[in-house]
Design a protein. Structure first.
Length: 337
């Protein structure tokens, strides 16, 4: 019998697996039955067939998850109160400032290209691509070996992969394209700054850079925006406000979930104990339990599975505290250029 391990946030599935025990049927269906891929943030759903058996399904995306949420009598779920203000939570508010609108309008007005993200590349990053990288430099030798070098750390730094760049960027380019680094791939290399380098503090320094490729993209020329400045600013404000609402909704969803998980019960241990070929980590079991709770709400209220979070928010009392607006995390200032 195959041994399938479900530990916390990842599940390795080499093929579809099925085990039948009297009236209970436990199944695992990966998105690709033969890929052997690691499925992250696995979630679990129930369904009932004509024999009233229990089906446990591991799905790799929310579309599959929401499609399978029929009631089964094998796992008892008792919901805590969640309607008419029964749940009260506090979240941090997020406002959009005029300065944010001004900064984004200026950035968009000056932009001459957009980045089209490449999620899957044959051979990884190549000359001609643009990458966003996280990196940090440390001294490669001498008495400070291993210590961080001031001004050599950045997140989501945009780098064009072109030939002919000066050091240290030429070392970045050559190491990224040498074997075609992929998204989320990390690498370490040493680059020595020339003795005549513009930044005096970096002259002759041998630095070890630890880099991670976060995104791989291609540049595409932008068309001229024919809208008036007023229209463009209004669109920017609307987009930023939508982003702020998504952030606040996510905070509220997480807070409501924490409350409802404490006040609700689901007899999931019986399922876990009956599946001898699978091992549930704490996080995967928590996700299983939460999906059962959401499923129960959807059936009690007669709404779709993916409508439950919005429904719970509409019935909760959500106190919003003001916090300063925040910009998306971008590159830190690099002092060695």
């Amino acid at each position: 019998m195959n041994n399938l391990t479900m530990s916390q946030t990842s599940v390795r599935v080499a093929a579809s697996y099925q085990q039948t025990q009297t009236s209970n049927q436990i199944q695992v269906f990966p998105r690709s039955f033969s890929s052997g891929k690691v499925i992250h943030t696995a979630s679990f759903q129930r369904a009932r067939n004509s024999r009233n058996s229990t089906t446990l399904t591991v799905c790799s995306d929310s579309t599959q998850n929401s499609a399978i949420h029929q009631k089964t009598s094998k796992v008892k779920v008792v919901l805590g109160d969640y309607k008419n203000g029964a749940i009260k939570v506090n979240i941090a508010g997020k406002t959009v400032s005029e300065e944010e609108v001004d900064a984004l309008y200026k950035k968009q007005s000056e932009a001459t290209y957009k980045l089209k993200r490449i999620n899957f590349t044959s051979g990884g990053a190549k000359i001609g691509h643009t990458v966003k990288i996280n990196f940090e430099g440390v001294y490669a030798d001498g008495p400070k070996s291993g210590q961080g070098i001031p001004g050599t750390k950045a997140k989501m730094f945009e780098l064009d992969l072109v030939e002919g760049k000066p050091l240290p960027w030429s070392a970045f380019v050559s190491n990224i394209v040498a074997q075609g680094m992929g998204q989320e791939e990390s690498k370490s290399f040493v680059a020595s700054f020339p003795e005549d380098y513009a930044a005096k503090a970096m002259r002759g320094v041998s630095a070890r850079f630890n880099i991670t490729v976060k995104e791989i993209s291609k540049k595409e020329e932008l068309e001229t925006d024919s809208r008036s400045e007023k229209e463009q600013r209004a669109a920017i404000l609307e987009s930023l406000q939508a982003d702020a609402k998504r952030v606040m909704d996510k905070q509220a969803d997480e807070a409501i979930r924490a409350v409802l998980e404490k006040t609700s019960t689901a007899d999931t241990q019986k399922v876990a104990d009956s599946v001898s070929w699978a091992k549930f980590g704490p996080k995967s079991m928590a996700e299983f339990t939460w999906n059962l709770i959401v499923e129960e709400v959807s059936m009690v209220e007669g709404i779709k599975f993916d409508e439950v979070n919005a429904f719970l928010r509409s019935h909760a009392i959500i106190d919003v505290g003001e916090i300063p607006s925040e910009n998306e995390e971008v590159s830190e200032e690099i002092s060695f250029t």
